[in-house]
Write a protein of this length. Structure first.
Length: 474
């Protein structure tokens, strides 16, 4: 039976990740409802939209994502992680209210921007919050809940939007938004954030909740409180610097190395090719000669993503972060190389009538392998290897980098394919995945089950070994 503290940590993680489920629901909303808005049965009183306008509906959410990374990151540092979570809830609530009353295209754009804002906020705030409330031994499993809930939301969005009325889905999402906001109201603030702000009494009360401790604390709890106090004992004392980050906070070896690792691992997902291939799912299924309808294809992809994220959640604290990243990167390299080779042979007139299953299989494998590793582990690693004082700032800029690279890759993918063909692009993605695996092997430390101090020590010198706990790690 789980201890009270573990139950409280899971409860808080699930409450926070309801926002991720709602964001996934908005992603799943897009594909089936674009077809509806393009048809004569459109619910908009302004009439049917054009294909160009449909393209803007699909892409304009990135504007909200970028705004959220800046605003939610700032709110999380100034007002706290809980305040940022509530801001995400407000954005989601507003987005689904807008879509319920949407009568023209501009209101749909507003819905997508607000939904993108909430999505960007979930990626910047929730991994940070979950990492700071978690015990070392289950930190990875709790971090992987973000991927599971997002993929549940996507699959749920496909199912609901294909089989329920347009407005019914919006009301269901609105109910989820209210449930999320109420749940977050009762969550204590992150104890690490409170220690950073020198609110020690509140921090101890918060930590007592997340560890399930009564007034008579255990020796383990007392030791953890002492560790947090020591971690933050060097924080500036004057009030003006409590909310400011200074350059000298970044100029030390563990922090600089941690930042470099974060910057590079955040490029793994967009440079793997999985984002672009998922974007063009329908065309790949058609190329394979599949007779499955688009709705079924979309649900298959979403279900595979969900299975992959579940596998990640149950293995990340057993196999370790490095194993999942390496396995995922090499698996994506194989899938991309296979897709590229199939396309090359097809272009050169080789008879592939018995191998039309290869694009579907490669895409399914790519989606699954991405979900178990490079799709979620970078978001788990970032809060683990960064010092609390620089964590919010660095994560904010790394997420901006992530959205920018993903946008550029998806934006220019069709143009590059048109100029040089699909197979060179797929081989390029495969090479990027191999390079990612090599970077992890030689440069990224294992963080599974380690405290921040142990992770910092491993970053400080390649020659040092982390004592005592390394024997527990793979």
């Amino acid at each position: 039976m789980l201890s009270k503290g573990i139950r409280n940590q899971y409860f808080a993680t699930i409450c926070a990740n309801l926002a991720t489920l709602i964001y996934g629901l908005s992603i799943g909303w897009l594909s089936p409802n674009l077809e509806l808005l393009l048809s004569s049965a459109t619910p908009l009183s302004s009439g049917t939209i054009t294909p160009s306008e449909a393209g803007w509906i699909g892409s304009i959410g990135t504007v909200g994502c970028v705004l959220a990374v800046l605003i939610c990151g700032w709110v999380a540092e100034i007002a706290g992680r809980k305040a940022a979570l509530m801001l995400i809830g407000i954005a989601q609530l507003a987005s689904w209210i807008v879509v319920i009353f949407a009568s023209n295209l501009n209101m749909i754009y507003t819905f997508r921007i607000l939904g993108g804002f909430a999505g960007g906020g979930t990626l910047s705030v929730i991994p940070l919050f979950v990492s700071e409330i978690s015990e070392d031994k289950i930190r990875g499993s709790l971090g992987a809940v973000l991927s599971i809930t997002c993929n549940i939301g996507i699959l749920l969005g496909f199912i609901l939007c294909y089989y329920l009325e347009y407005y019914t889905v919006s009301y269901i999402a609105l109910a989820c938004c209210i449930l999320y906001s109420v749940g977050c109201m009762f969550l204590p603030e992150s104890p690490q954030y409170l220690f950073t702000k020198e609110k020690k009494d509140r921090a101890i009360r918060s930590l007592r909740f997340y560890r399930g401790e009564a007034d008579n604390e255990s020796s383990k709890f007392i030791s953890e409180v002492a560790r947090f106090k020591e971690m933050h004992s060097n924080a500036p004392k004057d009030s003006t610097r409590k909310v400011q980050l200074h350059i000298k906070d970044l100029l030390n070896k563990p922090t600089l190395k941690g930042i470099l690792i974060c910057v590079i691992v955040m490029m793994f997902l967009p440079m793997s090719g999985s984002v672009t291939l998922i974007t063009f799912t329908d065309s790949i299924f058609r190329e394979s000669g599949s007779d499955l309808p688009p709705a079924t294809c979309a649900m298959i992809v979403a279900a595979i993503q969900l299975v992959g994220s579940y596998v990640s959640s149950v293995t990340v604290d057993n196999a370790g972060r490095k194993v999942l990243l390496i396995t995922s990167a090499l698996g994506c390299a194989i899938c991309s190389a296979t897709m590229g080779t199939y396309t090359f042979l097809n272009v050169n007139g080789v008879d592939l009538s018995y191998f039309k299953w290869i694009p579907v299989t490669s895409l399914s494998g790519l989606v699954f392998i991405t979900a178990i590793g490079i799709g979620i582990v970078p978001f788990i690693i970032m809060p683990e290897i960064l010092a609390p004082r620089v964590r919010g700032f660095v994560i904010t800029w790394c997420l901006l980098e992530f959205h920018a690279v993903a946008f550029l890759v998806v934006k220019f993918f069709p143009t590059v394919v048109d100029k040089i063909g699909l197979y060179p692009v797929m081989w390029f993605f495969s090479c990027c995945c191999v390079a990612s695996a090599l970077f992890v092997i030689f440069y990224v430390p294992e963080t599974k089950g380690k405290s921040f101090e142990e992770i910092t020590e491993s970053l400080d010198s390649e020659k040092k070994t982390v004592p005592k706990r390394t024997s527990l790690d793979v």
